[in-house]
Design a binder for this molecule. Structure first.
Ligand code: DOR
Ligand code: ZN
Length: 357
């Protein structure tokens, strides 16, 4: 079958996104709002989002950053809010969060990644709150890496499955768990074999790159994220999961903006900025795998099903047309380097059913 030159999809959603706050938020929200109908917003601000009231105030700041031109075209963008799980998050706050429309709670093992210092030090400490999350039907979004310095950084996800996720699943059989940004064959297999309450998001960068990208011609900080890119066998397992058609796997960019000077640094921050070109990057990954016909399920259907939400009513169209990603973008007082800066992309978002891009 020859590759089509245009591709129309029900509008996708991003089930895992960082938009930060303040001037940074204003710089990045338009990129996501242009492509996606909704996005699940990560709560790892400083200080983290730990109350329903904070989540709702944050939601309003995000809505305020949606460009007026999009709204004038009849477009809407809906941020889906999350709370940050700490050792002390009260079960009562989960009830308030549910009432306020919060969709999920994020588990960061303390020290696992950016702004995770306030995260969970031992899962046992959170059991009363996890009970409430299960009871209220919120999702638990899991950053699945152990933080033990003795465990090799490339093995931290696989060890997390055995030592943390399996006991968690056993103790909370009906908890709706999203294993976020999976990066290994082991994680893809775990999710595929698990029951219906376990799903996973996969980023575009983990579908497109293996760990060689971090070192090609010199150290490449803009490819550094957590969980870190893995070997080629793992990338291939992620592609197989994404194109499998299984409703357990869906789109979550983990687009994580950091000022360029903080990534190009002796101790560079983790996070790839993909929101500008997210759908195009996923299209490239699915195209390379000969599975463009599976993109709509992954990007637009499986996520809403897991979150018990309707699919978006409008559509987007991509055209096979080479274009060059900008070198950098404004980011408050700083600059932001998108993934693939200065390089070409094969697909381009050209229009949507509301009449504009
Ligand atoms: O690479 C990452 N960046 N991984 C995460 O888990 C957090 C994120 C961020 O907030 O920058
Ligand atoms: Zn993330």
């Amino acid at each position: 079958m020859s590759t089509p030159t245009t591709l129309t999809l029900l509008r996708p959603d991003d089930w895992h996104l960082h938009v930060r706050d303040g001037a940074a938020l204003s710089a990045v929200v338009p990129h996501t709002a242009r492509q996606f109908g909704r996005a699940v917003i990560m709560p790892n601000l400083r200080p983290p989002v730990t109350t329903a009231a904070q989540a709702m105030a944050y939601r309003q700041r995000i809505l305020d950053a949606v460009p007026a031109e999009l709204l004038a075209q009849g477009r809407r963008f809906e941020p889906l809010m999350t709370l940050y799980l700490t050792d002390n998050l009260a079960p009562d706050e989960i009830r308030r969060a549910k009432e306020a429309g919060v969709v999920a709670v994020k588990l960061y093992p303390s020290g696992a990644t950016t702004n995770s210092e306030a995260g969970v030090t031992a899962l046992r400490k959170t059991y009363a709150t996890l009970e409430a999350i299960q009871r209220e039907g919120l999702r638990l979004l899991v950053h699945g890496e152990v933080t033990d310095a003795a465990v090799d950084v490339f093995d931290r996800e696989a060890v997390f499955i055995e030592t943390q996720l399996e006991p968690l699943r056993r103790d909370f059989p009906e908890l709706k768990i999203v294993f976020e940004h999976i990066t290994t064959r082991e994680a893809a297999q775990y999710v595929a074999d698990a029951g219906p309450w376990t799903a996973a998001t996969i980023t575009a960068h983990h579908l497109l790159y293996n760990r060689n990208a971090l070192f090609k011609g010199g150290i490449r900080p803009h490819y550094y994220c957590l969980p870190v890119l893995k070997r080629e066998v793992h990338r291939q397992a992620l592609v197989a999961a994404a194109i499998s058609g299984s409703p357990k796997f869906f789109l979550g960019t983990d687009s994580a903006p950091h000022a360029a000077q903080l990534k190009e640094h002796a101790s560079g921050c983790a996070g790839c900025y993909t929101a500008l070109t997210a759908v195009e990057l996923y299209a490239e990954a699915f195209d390379e795998a000969g599975a463009l016909d599976r993109l709509e399920g992954f990007a637009s259907l499986h996520g809403p099903a897991f979150y018990d939400l309707p699919v978006n009513a409008d559509r987007i169209t991509l055209r096979k047309e080479s274009w060059t990603v900008p070198q950098d973008l404004p980011f408050g007082e700083a600059r932001l380097t998108p993934l693939r800066a200065g390089e070409s992309l094969a697909w381009r978002l050209v229009e949507d059913s509301a009449g504009g891009v």
